[in-house]
Design a protein around this ligand. Structure first.
Ligand SMILES: C[S@@+](CC[C@H](N)C(=O)[O-])C[C@H]1O[C@@H](n2cnc3c(N)ncnc32)[C@H](O)[C@@H]1O
Length: 300
């Protein structure tokens, strides 16, 4: 078990044993303690959320890793998607604003950033800490059900419309989000991506794609995350909650994009997740993703 997994488990266990009225106080105590320690060590900063909230989006025990991974993701948006300082960006499943915090240093006041997520606490943190400093950075929570991230959500991922106008964005991205969306929801999210992109606009999404080369590793239990069960044509971490982590066949993903009217821009850039790259080493990847990168364009 990695250090990040251990920290995440400890927080999970504490949550189970601390009765609800005490949880808020315990969470604040933990946040103040870890924030202070990080400040003393000269790490973190005003756009870096407390450790407890960071662990919600990934193995980011180290605030420096959190910051650096986001910087690399922004390089991907610049190099692969033509991100400019005045771009209008939508971040699907923005989490606690990891990529937003790096974009805030790049996007000018003529550009804009919108992010949405199902996780209430993460979105509220972004509103308080990022929007307060960068008014052209906006965050929303949408009430979609996710057993892992939003058990109180009332709607399915296949049922919602993104709360934005048609053709309003130059760039739409989803970093490590479509690995948490069930198949019917995925088709809807890609169709909605197309709707909100302007003609000529570009999307970037990461997946764990099942291919001739990744499948043997998955079947041998070598991939990171470990996908233990087959779920139709897909592989999942947990059959009781398929959306806790799901890998899709490359063909299925390509077909879904095509059916939704987005053109996949080859090549797909395959990451190292299938070979068992620890997510914590994401930052070592050229663009900061260990997952596979799919770029697509709304041609018209
Ligand atoms: C691994 S985290 C990645 C967060 C962020 N994109 C990043 O790269 O830092 C996955 C995120 O997807 C969000 N999520 C899960 N299901 C979602 C859904 N149906 N719609 C939007 N976001 C969702 C979770 O709340 C979580 O913040």
């Amino acid at each position: 078990m990695t250090r990040e997994e251990t920290a995440g488990r400890l927080i999970g266990v504490a949550k189970r044993f601390i009765p609800p009225p005490g949880r808020w106080i315990a969470a604040r105590f933990l946040d103040v303690t870890t924030d202070s320690l990080e400040r003393i060590m000269g790490r973190g900063g005003p756009l870096t959320p407390p450790l407890r909230i960071r662990l919600h989006v990934g193995p980011f025990l180290d605030p420096e890793l959190y910051r650096l991974s986001a910087e690399r993701n922004v390089e991907a948006l610049r190099e692969l998607c033509g991100l400019r300082r005045d771009s209008r960006i939508l971040d699907i499943g923005c989490g606690c604003g990891r990529v937003a915090s790096a974009l805030a240093r790049y996007i000018s006041s003529t550009g804009s950033y919108d992010g949405f997520d199902v996780a209430k606490e993460a979105v509220e943190w972004c509103q308080r800490h990022i929007s307060a400093r960068f008014p052209n950075f906006r965050f929303r929570r949408i009430p979609v059900f996710s057993q892992r991230y939003s058990p109180q959500g009332s709607r399915g991922a296949s049922e919602i419309a993104f709360p934005y106008d048609d053709n309003g964005f130059d760039l739409v991205f989803a970093a490590s989000v479509f690995t948490h969306i069930p198949p019917d929801g995925l088709a809807n999210y890609i169709a909605e991506t197309r709707r909100v992109l302007r003609p000529g606009g570009v999307s970037l999404a990461t997946f764990c794609l099942l291919t001739d080369s990744s499948l043997p590793s998955v079947e041998a239990g070598l991939s990171e995350p470990r996908l233990r069960q087959k779920y139709g044509d897909f592989w999942v971490r947990d059959l009781d909650d398929p959306a806790s982590f799901i890998a899709y066949p490359e063909r299925f993903v390509r077909d879904t994009y095509q059916n939704c009217g987005l053109t996949v821009v080859d090549p797909i850039r395959f990451g190292s997740w299938a070979a068992g790259s620890l997510e914590a080493s994401e930052v070592l990847e050229p663009f900061g993703f260990s997952q596979d990168i799919v770029i697509a364009m709304k041609v018209q």
